[in-house]
Design a protein around this ligand. Structure first.
Ligand code: TYM
Length: 336
């Protein structure tokens, strides 16, 4: 039986952090052998908020290299850059024309980001989930592994599919495949180091709020030393009055690859003075091998480019065939 298809992506906006790693990439790596995977660097999404044009290409390569450094294996997975395949923007336009405006206006992430942009909200920021739907649908993806914050966007994608199949599909012959989100409980929502009630995010103005995958050991030590804690002794999961405690124990659990039961027992009598050095040492040890691999990959730009070229060619074949299927269903004349 053919393997199920997986598609996911990350925006090249600044350094990837532990939320991106634990909520997304680590899970992609863990299950990649079971699936036929497509992982893209979604650079067209990165321009929906103000950005630095001089840094876009370098950030795009950085994310692609991080995919490989974190363990994405080309034997099971295809890596490519979204903007290298024009079908993404073309399908997004077609989907735009069947997506009701109010579906987009109620997206939580749009509302949050729009507040931050003030007067300066682009049409692209509102339309961002439709482009994301195009990313997923061009590959006939069965599963979309993401962190909790992207769930609503995958649900919107499902609504778009149902609408298109209903309006343009023939009986028993849907136009588009209905994808499912794949969200693992642990790591689905990594919180900020400076406020355990806020998600760890690339756009938080404070560097101290997140650990980036390429942070050197001194930076990791400094951020954990300064991170927010509480005055209580004894550490525990799942106490709603202690969000920082839950978050830091979860980070330790995932980075040390231990079970929740084991970590709860190990840390129940610890104070922060004992736990923080343990978490620091664990985070540094977990990130060190991927940082070394990343440096190796960045030293050989030709190799990285060849991977992205191959990825583009393979991804384009799928994308173009799905796009043709959609255009045909929507009634367009054949391209001559
Ligand atoms: P982005 O670039 O914001 O985040 C990339 C992935 O990291 C996850 N993530 C987190 N997980 C846990 N805790 C956190 N604090 C945290 N912060 C981020 C996100 O859930 C995501 O899985 N729109 C997407 C990119 C995208 C995409 C796609 C994803 C574009 N097209 C198609 C899947 C399929 C985004 O902005 O993710």
């Amino acid at each position: 039986m053919a393997k199920q298809r997986v598609l996911s992506g990350i925006q090249p906006t600044g350094n990837l952090h532990l939320g991106n790693y634990l909520g997304a990439i680590r899970n992609w790596v863990a299950t990649q052998e079971q699936y036929d995977n497509y992982f893209c660097v979604v650079d067209l999404h990165a321009i929906t908020v103000p950005y630095e044009p001089g840094a876009l290409a370098a950030n795009t390569y950085e994310v692609a290299a991080l995919y490989l450094a974190c363990g994405i294996d080309l034997a099971y997975s295809t890596i490519f850059v979204q903007s290298h395949i024009p079908a993404h923007t073309e399908l997004a336009w077609l989907l735009n024309c069947i997506t009701p405006l109010n579906w987009l206006e109620r997206m939580i992430q749009f509302k949050e980001k729009a507040v931050k942009q003030g007067e300066n909200v682009s049409v692209g920021l509102l339309d961002y989930p439709v482009l994301m739907a195009a990313d997923i649908l061009l590959y006939d993806a069965d599963l979309v592994p993401v962190g909790e914050d992207q769930k609503q966007h995958v649900e919107l994608t499902r609504d778009i599919v149902l609408r298109i199949n209903d309006q343009f599909g023939k009986k028993g012959k849907p136009v588009l495949k209905l994808p499912e989100p794949l969200i693992r409980r642990e790591g689905a929502r990594v919180m900020s180091l400076t406020d355990g009630t806020k998600k760890m995010s690339k756009s938080d103005p404070s560097e101290l709020s997140r650990i980036s995958l390429l942070d050197p050991p001194e930076a990791i030590a400094k951020k954990i030393k300064r991170c927010k804690t509480d005055p209580e002794r004894g550490l525990e999961f799942d106490n709603p009055d202690r969000p920082e405690c839950h978050n830091l124990l979860t980070l330790y659990m995932l980075l040390a690859d231990k079970t929740q039961v084991a970590v709860a027992a190990e840390c129940q009598d610890m104070g922060w003075g004992q736990f923080k050095p343990l978490l620091t040492e664990t985070a540094i040890a977990a990130l060190e091998p991927l940082q070394a691999k990343y440096r190796e990959l960045r030293a050989d730009p030709d190799y990285l480019e060849s991977i992205l070229r191959e990825g583009r060619d393979k991804a384009a074949a799928s994308a173009e065939s799905v796009l043709a299927r959609v255009k045909n269903a929507l009634g367009f004349s054949k391209a001559l």
